[in-house]
Ligand binder design. Sequence first.
Ligand SMILES: NC(=O)c1ccc[n+]([C@@H]2O[C@H](COP(=O)([O-])OP(=O)(O)OC[C@H]3O[C@@H](n4cnc5c(N)ncnc54)[C@H](OP(=O)(O)O)[C@@H]3O)[C@@H](O)[C@H]2O)c1
Length: 122
Amino acid sequence: MEGTNNGFCHDILIGTKLKGTKLKAPDADDAKEDLLEKEGWLNLSAYIVSKAALNAYSRILAKKFTAFRVNAVSPGFCKTDLSHNNGQFTAEEGARGPVRMALIPADGPSGKFFYQMEESAL
Ligand SMILES: NC(=O)c1ccc[n+]([C@@H]2O[C@H](COP(=O)([O-])OP(=O)(O)OC[C@H]3O[C@@H](n4cnc5c(N)ncnc54)[C@H](OP(=O)(O)O)[C@@H]3O)[C@@H](O)[C@H]2O)c1
């Protein structure tokens, strides 16, 4: 993300704990030549980066749109197609947190991260 004028990435780096983190996508050549570790890049998978961006962006949206409740919620490790049914919880158990978030009242939390039903620090 370093060296980009992309406002989304800029907001995330400035608005979150990622500030100061060297989080630049390595060049394809770095990966090909097995230089990721040598060059000091965090070897983060696209999935992990997408979740970090999602969590950060939910906080940015919560700040910008105060009339809305914007939160991020993890269902926990669930038995779904994504996990090849290897999860700890059923899909129904995992759905409880997101459903609760969808039903929170207008004065409910915003800009928070929840692990299942509980608010959690990122
Ligand atoms: N499972 C876990 O352990 C776990 C843990 C933490 C977070 N999460 C997150 O929870 C979310 C749901 O995960 P999951 O485990 O339920 O995954 P999943 O079993 O792979 O199901 C994903 C669902 O998303 C739908 N989908 C995919 N691409 C779509 C698109 N472009 N437009 C509309 N729908 C689309 C799929 O529809 P089709 O069935 O029609 O393809 C499917 O119903 C994901 O964001 C995942 O990262 C999951």
